[in-house]
Design a protein around this ligand. Structure first.
Ligand SMILES: NC(=O)C[C@H](N)C(=O)O
Length: 484
């Protein structure tokens, strides 16, 4: 299909699926078609993502469309510059399809906490009007729905504790979160800096790999960007061990077999492991004992970082300003913030400010940091490859019998009905992140792949987690699972 025809098809789907609310702002249709037409004729200058329509999550800055992070406080904000990742994609020939809907500032697991209204998903996409609407997962739900319904070729999301992987699992597409620090965060609106990662949502793992190959680049504007020397060391190791995918050692984390796991997902997990064993891979049960504390630690650390990051939205320097007070007595701040932030964001700011307060910090924030360290050590003990960030420290602990990757469901349940979320407590939503948060705390690469294991069980997202820097292996295993 020509690139123009592909772009036209995306634009027509954007119209038919408008009710799913996947986009906050769309790029000008005529400009998109012009770029696609030009890409068709300009085959000599073809670049890797030539003429491809890519959705951009609305917390990633673009100079030609507003960047709101789905918040009332940023509803009128347009960045004067493109985020580094957007700049790279445009340079590689991609066309920005629009800005995708999300949970405000990335806080949520169902993409319902948006100033612009919730994102919805329906399993029978051709007939979504007659279907019960499902959660799209969050917080990159708009990106996931846009890709799953063909409104764009692929999309960028951000993943702090599962925000790319959970929506991918709920909508039946691939969602890849790279190792922390590989992809630039410059121009990405911060939620929790030590966890935030830009990720990719795509129809399959090959497309995810193509986009990752472009955005996996050192950026001197991002102080957390992984230095070139470490990148070189990582790629040397992966070249040496590139044969692993033919006979993998796959770890099954025992602690992920939780009581809340839906029985058909547990069954599908067993089937999948059996199939992998039949294909010559070895399956090893492994223990990650700190898993039980990981979710609580995440929901202490992420809100703590958020409460500090979001302090700058005061109506003076950033964001919209409440009308009336002039700021002399602090009323401007409280009114602006009271009106501008949604309930979930306010809840997390309060939670974070509390856990960082003098009386509570030792019991919450410091304990959570210790748990984070233990989670990282659990993973390092499990993998056959040492963690390149701590090579000297941990290599002695690595077992020769260690595993190449870990395999688990991406979430404990299938997507809930949107309607049912009205009766849920915030804690119920946090529970969806139980399998995705550990890799985030450890900064590891992880991908959710939709797998149809047995005919009578609908496809569901399974997560592959790899050692830090083993991103290529994780994506290769995703392709292997797709081909089973
Ligand atoms: N941002 C994320 O990765 C989503 C996670 N559910 C959170 O609310 O923090």
């Amino acid at each position: 299909m020509s690139l123009l025809r592909a772009a036209e098809s995306c634009i027509s789907k954007q119209r038919s699926y408008k009710a799913l609310n996947a986009f906050i702002n769309l790029s000008d249709k005529h400009a998109v078609l012009r770029q696609a037409e030009h890409a068709d004729t300009d085959t000599i200058a073809a670049r890797p993502l030539h003429g491809r329509l890519i959705g951009i999550k609305d917390n990633i800055c673009t100079s030609d469309l507003p960047t709101t992070s789905a918040s009332g406080i940023l509803k009128n904000f347009t960045s004067p510059y493109d985020a580094t990742v957007v700049k790279i994609l445009r340079h590689a020939g991609a066309i920005v399809a629009g800005k995708t809907n999300m949970d405000e500032f990335g806080m949520g697991s169902h993409s319902v906490h948006s100033y612009f209204g919730p994102v919805a998903f329906a399993r029978d996409q051709k007939n979504e009007a007659s279907q019960e609407q499902l959660s799209a997962g969050g917080s990159s739900g708009g990106s996931a729905v846009a890709v799953a319904t063909g409104q764009c070729w692929a999309a960028l999301g951000t993943d702090t504790g599962g925000s790319v992987r959970l929506p991918a699992a709920y909508t039946g597409i691939v969602g890849f979160k790279p190792s922390y620090g590989l992809v630039s965060r410059w121009g990405v609106i911060a939620y929790a800096n030590s966890l935030d990662t830009v990720g990719v949502l795509a129809q399959d793992a090959t497309i995810a790999q193509e986009i990752f190959d472009e955005i996996n680049e050192y950026d001197d504007k991002d102080p957390t960007s992984l230095p070139k020397s470490t990148r070189a060391r990582i790629s040397e190791t992966s070249v040496q061990r590139s044969d692993r995918v033919s006979a993998l050692r796959i770890g099954v984390p025992l602690e992920y077999n939780i009581h809340e796991l839906q029985p058909d997902i547990r069954r599908a997990w067993s089937h999948l492991l059996r199939r992998l064993r039949e294909n010559g891979h070895s399956i090893q049960p492994v223990s990650l004992p700190t898993t039980k504390q990981a979710l609580s630690a995440y929901y202490v650390l992420a809100p703590a970082e958020a409460s500090s990051n979001l302090a700058k939205y005061d109506g003076v320097r950033y964001g919209s300003r409440a009308s009336g007070p002039d700021g002399a007595d602090g009323v401007l701040f409280s009114k602006t913030r009271g009106e501008g932030f949604g309930d979930e964001v306010k809840r997390r700011i309060l939670l974070g400010a509390y856990t960082l307060s003098a009386g509570a910090i030792d019991n919450y924030f410091i304990q959570a940091q210790k748990v984070r360290r233990l989670v990282q050590e659990d993973f390092d003990r499990t993998f056959s490859l040492p963690n390149p960030l701590k090579e000297n420290e941990v290599s002695s602990q690595c077992q020769n019998s260690g595993v190449d990757v870990l395999l688990s469901p991406s979430a404990p349940t299938r997507p809930p009905l949107l309607k049912s979320l009205e009766d849920q407590s915030p804690l119920d939503a946090y529970m969806n992140d139980v399998f995705t948060v550990p890799a985030s705390l450890a900064g590891l690469p992880a991908v959710s792949v939709p797998i149809k294991v047995v005919d009578h069980i609908a496809p569901f997202g399974f997560q592959i987690i790899g050692q830090y820097g083993d991103d290529s292996l994780v994506l290769q295993v995703a392709q292997l699972l797709e081909s089973l």
